[in-house]
Write a protein that binds this ligand. Structure first.
Ligand SMILES: Cc1cc2nc3c(=O)[nH]c(=O)nc-3n(C[C@H](O)[C@H](O)[C@H](O)COP(=O)(O)O)c2cc1C
Length: 389
């Protein structure tokens, strides 16, 4: 499969172990950082990322370069970079796989981002269930420091930067950036509407750049190979890069696959995930994690990129594809997800706090054979409230 689909983020991936620091470096690792520090200005690095049209891989698809650009040259210090490794969305597991495959790719990506905005401190915010990944990162951060890539006077320059790993207390809302910043400051993890934006006033009211694990992991490759190369990895004209798709459900080979942005859903299911289980027919999927909508059969050949899914009335989200077959009851599947979302609502906004348990209870009654025709308009009305909030 690797000949058909160029492996960039997974190029050092082994089936049974993590890539070592030596392997990472032997494959060209830390060269982008060394080149950037020696030969480029931070603004040039930000420009390359902007030109590469990298969209954030954490679900919201905001252009990464544009976010970096919003930290002004004269912004105050200390500046922070936060890596969002919370990954609590049901069905999403790509960040864990990426960290376990090649931790130095993430570490180099964070340092490059930090250099590009001249940040002083980095924090990896990780969910508590990812204790193994947290330990791997702590160990490998230590190794990167021993080799001069982290700590004081990185590679003999005036630039200093360090990274710590912070274990979350474990709530879904902590993955949302503004809630995450509150959690990191020891406050209740409530979300907050901008302005001010975090890049202006984030952690302790200082400029803070937050990205997803996969977004950071793209940076060394973009800086090393250039914006045009990155864009050329995608199959769609407006797409850029590869995407790690985590596929689960009624397929023969569930797992994480690195594939070009814009690959068709049908190709992912049939060529990468081994096809549907014997006796199963594709009914629908969630194309990008539990917070995306059901994608029905008529979109089976949709191009998996941000724009194409938007046109289909859906979202690429985190690229976590959950596949349902003709025997799966989508009411039951939705109820299952609603149990999660109702439990995990932080309670800050009324439509979510009150609406999710309401939806869950209606679905539970339908599932229990106690549904009534009136429930459909009630559910539709509640959907409007939730989408508006
Ligand atoms: C409820 C909720 C949970 C989220 N969880 C995560 C998460 O676990 N990881 C993540 O990277 N982004 C998560 N996000 C999106 C982040 O708020 C943010 O957009 C992202 O971390 C920015 O990184 P990016 O620009 O690299 O995509 C979540 C958003 C919401 C609303």
């Amino acid at each position: 499969m690797n000949d058909t689909y160029p492996q960039v983020l997974f190029k050092n991936r082994h089936p049974d172990r993590i890539a070592t620091f030596e392997e990472y470096r032997a494959g060209g690792g830390y060269r982008a950082l060394a080149d950037a520090i020696a030969r480029r200005t931070p603004a040039e690095v930000r420009e390359i990322v902007l030109d590469a049209a990298l969209l954030g891989r954490g679900g919201a698809a905001f252009p990464a370069g544009r976010k970096m650009m919003t930290i002004a040259e004269d912004a105050p210090h200390p500046r922070y970079v936060v890596c969002n490794a919370d990954e609590m969305e049901p069905g999403t597991f790509k960040d864990r796989v990426l960290i376990h495959a090649d931790p130095h790719l993430l570490i180099e990506g964070i340092i490059l981002a930090a250099w590009s905005v001249q940040a002083d401190r980095g924090i990896i915010f990780i969910r508590p269930e990812y204790e193994n990944a947290a330990r791997i990162l702590e160990r490998e951060i230590g190794i990167a420091g021993e080799h001069g890539y982290l700590g004081r006077h990185i590679l003999g320059t005036e630039y200093s930067f360090e990274i710590v790993v912070h274990r979350s207390a474990g709530r879904y809302i902590c993955g949302e950036v503004t809630a995450q910043i509150n959690a990191l400051m020891g406050r209740r993890a409530n979300p907050k509407q901008p302005p001010p934006y975090l890049t202006q006033q984030g952690l302790w009211a200082k400029p803070t750049l937050v990205h997803n694990v996969e977004t950071f992991a793209c940076l060394p490759h973009i800086v090393q190979n250039g914006a045009d190369w990155f864009k050329s990895l995608a199959r769609t004209a407006d797409g850029a890069g590869t995407k790690i798709f985590g596929i689960s459900g009624k397929v023969k080979q569930p797992g994480c696959y690195e594939l070009p942005i814009g690959i068709r859903l049908s190709e992912i299911i049939e060529n990468c995930a081994g096809g549907m289980l014997d006796g199963s027919e594709f009914k629908a999927c969630l194309p990008g994690g539990a917070s995306t909508g059901f994608l029905p059969r008529q979109h089976y050949h949709v191009e998996m990129d941000f724009d194409a899914l938007k046109k289909a009335g859906n979202r690429l989200g985190t690229g976590a594809i959950m596949v349902f077959d003709h025997k799966t009851c989508l009411v039951a599947a939705t109820l299952n997800l609603m149990e999660f979302f109702a439990r995990e609502s932080c309670g800050w906004c009324t439509p979510c706090r009150e609406g999710l348990p309401y939806i869950r209870d209606l679905l539970a009654r339908i599932e229990g054979g106690d549904g009534e025709p009136d429930f459909i308009p009630m559910l539709e009305e509640m959907k409007v409230h939730l989408y508006r909030s």
